[in-house]
Design a protein around this ligand. Sequence first.
Ligand code: UGA
Length: 434
Amino acid sequence: MRIAVIGTGYLGAVHAAGMAELGYEVVGVDVDEAKIESLQNASMPFYEPDFEPLLRKHVGDRLTFTTDFAEVADADVHFICVGTPQQHGSMAADMTYVDAAIDSILPFLKDGALVVGKSTVPVGTAQRLADRLHEVTPRDIDVDLAWNPEFLREGFAVEDTLHPDRLVLGVTSDRAEDILRGVYAKTIEEDNTPVVITNLPTAELVKVAANSFLATKISFINAMSEICEIAGADVTKLADAIGHDNRIGRKFLNAGVGFGGGCLPKDIRAFSARAGELGAAASLAFLAEVDAINLRRREHVVEMVRRELDGLAGRRVAVLGAAFKPNSDDVRDSPALAIAGQLHLSGAQVSVYDPKAMANAAKVFPTLNYADSVEAAVKDAEVVLHLTEWTDFRELDPAVIGESVASKVIIDGRNCLDVDAYRAAGWTYLGLGR
Ligand code: UGA
């Protein structure tokens, strides 16, 4: 089987390599020449653990990357993996890249080809694209469209691609189902992966529903965190205690600076916008509150620093973390970078360090000061902010970093540093919601 993957970002590039690992001939296509050149040299254009060995194993063998859409012509299955970012000036998703991807492969689709959407899209998109495919392809060419949402997490993208916790296949024909079951046969057999077969709108909705649930869970615990702070309670203990209830579960109950990234924030907004178009705005009105709670966490940390320093102008603040989460270089809608930026715009002298996201952060926020190590970032700082929970930061020795700061005050925006160790080393430790 030959597979084409359209769009080689965090999702598509890893999916392409994952398909090669499953044994298929794969071509990855993107309009971004620099990205394609990097991938074709088996070098990852973004940081993702375990990804580069997979590229090195398959590029030059059964995995190729190109900017030439004509090279998809032999493919039996075409995965659409392009981005659907938030539109400028609107909450809705920007469908430009999905529509362009479909238009770019249309002239090359062979008889019997299956186009499979993986991008996160507003419900109704798959049917619209299927109609377009059937309208535009010549009568003697039979093509089909399916939707197979992707649930991979950045930082675990390779693991999640090769061993997904479920497969959702939105199909309109037995043939499409058979092809997709064939593509994932190894995973299904070896891991006993649950397969949910459904129609196109359900498959589209599963994805946004899952991300909305995760975002809601995080904002729920952050709302509890706000109450805990006022009431003198500890949100981490509260999360442990309610998490012991299997129906609730402890995962995604880490209170802190909240969620960011290229998915959760824009997905809940796009889902709300789509519900509005469908006349069901009230059903998802709660997602606006989920968003508001999340954004409030960022302001709260800025306020904590302002209070601690009695003003921000000219004050020296170290920020540990720029990526939206650890094991990623992705800074899209990153709480860490948003807080660093806000402090800087309020007059503070902010020094940022992140193990992998420095280059991306500097592109988004060039006016911040980027230090080349933790030590350089915290030197002479009056407050240290821990905003992305990299293992490197969790393992810092509070006594050692305490030697070069101007004042031993740390705000742990992820509630995961060793409170006792920091206090024993003479630090004032401030968590969120505790
Ligand atoms: C998320 C989903 O988890 C994936 O299943 C989905 O496939 C992906 O979006 C997507 O739509 O492509 P991802 O954005 O990689 O994955 O990151 P998450 O691990 O979900 O974390 C999102 C944010 O929530 C991060 O900023 C993280 O720091 C924050 N978070 C997570 C918390 O603040 N508290 C928690 O308890 C958990």
